[in-house]
Design a protein around this ligand. Structure first.
Ligand code: SF4
Ligand code: SF4
Length: 419
């Protein structure tokens, strides 16, 4: 018997095999393979629950190629939480077979230790510099990874000065309107520091005091989605310990995946112990959009002279994970000089999905091609989004498919517009 899967036995049976998930699943759209859609993946998993199939490599291949984009659940008439169930399958595999040695070191040693994580990011930073220096043709084009048709993957610089390093635990302002905590997440702390600086700048300009706990750790998303529930739970406990007693009005984040972990997954892992933190967790766009009046941010359409065309890509974990859809659009439309254009299928997954794009680069690029085309068709100069993983993927696919739009986090545009 499989202990983890047994917990969800009844939930697997909620799938009535209607197929409503088929037309919206990016991995099905790309492969046209029934075993690459929620219905097929769940049917295989159900066979495991019933003892008709083992935890085979074939099953794991199908399950690990799910993007966790949740598009299937959104169109599911019986409300099956597909990502939760497929993550349970991964957890069962980790329980039974253990992690491979590299994942074990990364998830169980490095992710839990901020110093080691920082050191690893610095090593990665050096590798990225070397990678960017080497030519993408000739012998190097054949031996270095992620080169396709002579084009290298665009990788952001890792391991520069950490955002949190050197900043005080409390960033004070005079007569604060509110007091919030900032959960930065690893990518904002170590890779996209400009995004974190944008969050701080916006909050300070709005006269909000910021608590920036130095003891915060990785949200646990890489561990959770790879099936290492034990590590994800330990990281969740550490973060809850750090944030639970802070006297703040909200816990702000600017990464869709981190936000979904704190808000939606921590309660799954820790039940009511997570409530205080998950209830207060809010994405920066939603936090601001809900208070546009209070912050006196208005739509200044009449001031637009030479507008920059901006479109928006919905991160799956923001739209379907946290239900945030209108907030970033309202904010973009409120910024002087922006002409907002909606792209077609703005909520279709970009194909990044964290480590998915590392493990299955060609598949990830094939899925991303559709997104790149929709951005091109929108005619936008800038694509805004709210997730570092999407930022990284969008930058790469736009470069690969020759689309000349710049990718930024929404908060960077807002920060630049506030005086
Ligand atoms: S839409 Fe829901 S019920 Fe229908 S096949 Fe997909 S997962 Fe099953
Ligand atoms: S989460 Fe996304 S990739 Fe996975 S089965 Fe559902 S729609 Fe397909």
């Amino acid at each position: 018997m499989y202990d983890v899967l047994e917990i969800y036995r009844e939930e697997f049976y909620r799938c009535i095999k209607c197929g409503s998930c088929q037309p919206v699943c990016p991995t099905y759209i790309e492969t046209r393979d029934e075993s690459m859609v929620a219905r097929g993946r769940l049917a295989l998993s159900e066979a495991v629950v019933e003892g008709r199939l083992g935890l085979t490599d074939g099953l794991m291949d199908r399950v690990s190629k799910c993007l966790s984009c949740m598009a299937c659940s959104e169109s599911c008439p019986t409300g099956v939480d597909v990502v939760k169930l497929l993550t349970a399958v991964r957890s069962q595999v980790v329980e039974d077979k253990g992690l491979d040695p590299i994942s074990k070191v990364v998830l169980r040693v490095i992710l839990k230790n901020n110093r080691l994580l920082s050191f690893t990011a610095k090593l990665m930073g050096l590798s990225v510099r070397l990678y960017n220096f080497l030519p993408s043709y000739g012998i190097f084009g054949r031996i270095i990874p992620f080169v396709r048709n002579g084009i290298k993957r665009v990788v952001p610089p890792f391991g520069g000065r950490h955002l949190r390093k050197g900043l005080p635990e409390v960033l004070k302002v005079e007569k604060p309107k509110m007091r919030v905590a900032f959960y930065t997440g690893c990518m904002t702390d170590m890779v996209y520091q400009d995004v974190g600086r944008g969050v701080i700048s916006v909050l300070k300009k709005l006269n909000i005091e910021i608590v920036l706990p130095q003891g915060q750790v990785c949200c646990g998303a890489p561990a959770y989605y790879m099936g290492d529930r034990k590590t994800a739970t330990e990281l969740a406990k550490s973060n809850i310990e750090v944030f639970k007693d802070l006297k703040v009005d909200a816990i702000i984040n600017c990464c869709a995946t981190c936000g979904t972990m704190l808000k939606e997954v921590y309660p799954l892992l820790l039940d009511k112990d997570a409530k205080g933190v998950s209830d207060k967790t809010v994405d920066i766009q939603k936090f601001i959009a809900d208070r546009l009046e209070i912050f006196k941010i208005r739509n200044p359409k009449s001031e637009i002279l030479n507008p920059v065309r901006v479109t928006y890509h919905d991160p799956c974990h923001l739209k379907r994970g946290q239900g945030v859809v209108s907030a970033p659009r309202e904010i973009l439309k409120s910024i002087p000089g922006i002409e907002y254009v909606e792209m077609k299928d703005a909520d279709r997954c970009c194909g990044g999905s964290g480590t998915f794009s590392l493990k299955y680069y060609d598949f990830s690029m094939a899925i991303g091609k559709y997104k790149a085309e929709k951005i091109r068709e929108s005619g936008a100069d800038i694509v805004a989004t709210d997730c570092p993983s999407c930022q990284m993927q969008l930058t790469d696919i736009l470069n690969r498919y020759g689309v000349k739009a710049k990718v930024v986090h929404t908060v960077q545009l807002l920060a630049g517009s506030l005086s």
